[in-house]
Design a protein around this ligand. Structure first.
Ligand code: HEM
Length: 311
């Protein structure tokens, strides 16, 4: 994904891209999967995606996000039910919606950031939905709702194709049965008992069930395809990253700000006290390595927002 953003600028890959475009017979030689991956992904790896002056469309598809990326991004299982903050166990349910302000006032942003930077998310698998999200009360709603149900319901309402059909559309092999989706025998049986046909398996369910996964993969291989294509299009076709990515649009100062800001530098600009929490990771989206002393992370005086404590 990093290379997807910055590119590796390898000339030989560029040549290969040109060859592949001309030589359609390669498709049969290498197989559909390799062909598709190489033809679609090589340009991103070669050029990177930022500020290279592309048009606002890619292979005929304009700047857009499709419903399958929304579905792939339904990552609610990642959220733990309980967070460890300053030696205290805090329920996620006590941190959401109108309760967030109370938690910020109690711990201060630095301690919360330290906790979130260090506590890993859980896994994107079936049977791992956070309990609190299955009975969450949203502002303006009378009773609890289950986000686990809503996630599936919304996909169906919006016409998201089912798992097998999505795989076909990506040029991937469709599953002949649930045993092709997962190597977990219990899940195979469970999928069979819930769905009459493997064709009915919901996209999200199939992705969460998928195993084995390549080493280090948090998301399923199917979701990976969705991400690599959509994440690239989102940047390659966004005029503010492409033809308008210039000083005329951003000002020179604005452009330098974009170029020189990372998540880490932004966090440290606002909260320099987090330096020893973040540690030596250059990408602050990765787990933080610092070992800050919680007692030194005093709450910063909160300014504003108190009026929204109860929505
Ligand atoms: C405490 C944390 C969270 C809460 C309370 C929450 C709650 C919700 C709610 C209420 C919806 C709208 C449901 C509807 O369509 O009626 C939603 C949608 C969604 N959530 Fe979350 N969510 C949380 C965290 C996350 C995280 C961490 C991710 C991804 C990393 C995520 C991804 C999504 C996506 C992709 C949608 C669908 C958006 C769309 O319809 O366009 N959510 N979430």
């Amino acid at each position: 994904m990093h290379q997807n953003w910055v590119g590796i600028q390898a000339a030989f890959l560029k040549d290969e891209e040109e060859k592949l475009k001309k030589d359609h017979s390669l498709k049969s030689k290498l197989g559909v999967l390799v062909h598709q991956a190489v033809l679609h992904l090589v340009p991103f790896f070669v050029h990177g995606t930022q500020g290279v002056g592309h048009k606002t469309e890619l292979y005929g598809t304009p700047y857009s996000l499709s419903e399958d990326i929304v579905s792939s991004y339904r990552m609610h299982p990642l959220i733990p039910d309980v967070f460890d903050i300053d030696g205290q166990k805090v329920n996620a349910s006590d941190m959401t919606n109108w309760k967030a302000r109370g938690i910020i006032n109690r711990f201060g942003i630095s301690k919360l950031a330290h906790a979130w930077g260090h506590q890993p998310p859980t896994t994107l698998t079936l049977h791992n939905y956070p309990d609190f999200l299955t009975k969450i009360i949203m502002p303006g709603e009378d009773g609890p709702r289950s986000m686990a149900v809503i996630d599936i319901l919304r996909d169906r309402e919006r016409g998201m194709v089912r798992y097998n059909q999505a795989r076909r559309q990506y040029g991937l092999q469709a599953a002949g049965g649930s045993e092709d989706i997962t190597d977990n025998a219990d899940l195979v049986e469970e999928l069979r008992s819930v769905y009459k046909s493997v064709e009915d398996v919901d996209f999200l369910v199939g992705c969460l069930a998928e195993s084995p996964r390549p080493s280090g993969y948090v998301i399923s291989n199917t979701a990976f395809y969705v991400f690599i294509i959509n994440a690239s299009r989102r940047i390659l076709c966004d005029r503010f990253y492409q033809e308008s990515y210039n000083a005329e649009t951003y000002t020179a100062e604005g452009l330098a700000h974009v170029e020189n800001t990372s998540f880490k530098s932004m966090l440290l600009r606002h909260h320099p006290e987090l330096k020893n929490s973040i540690g030596d990771v250059t990408n602050a989206f990765m787990a933080w390595t610092g070992t800050a002393d919680y007692s030194k992370l005093q709450p910063k005086t909160s300014s504003g927002g108190e009026g929204h404590a109860e929505l």
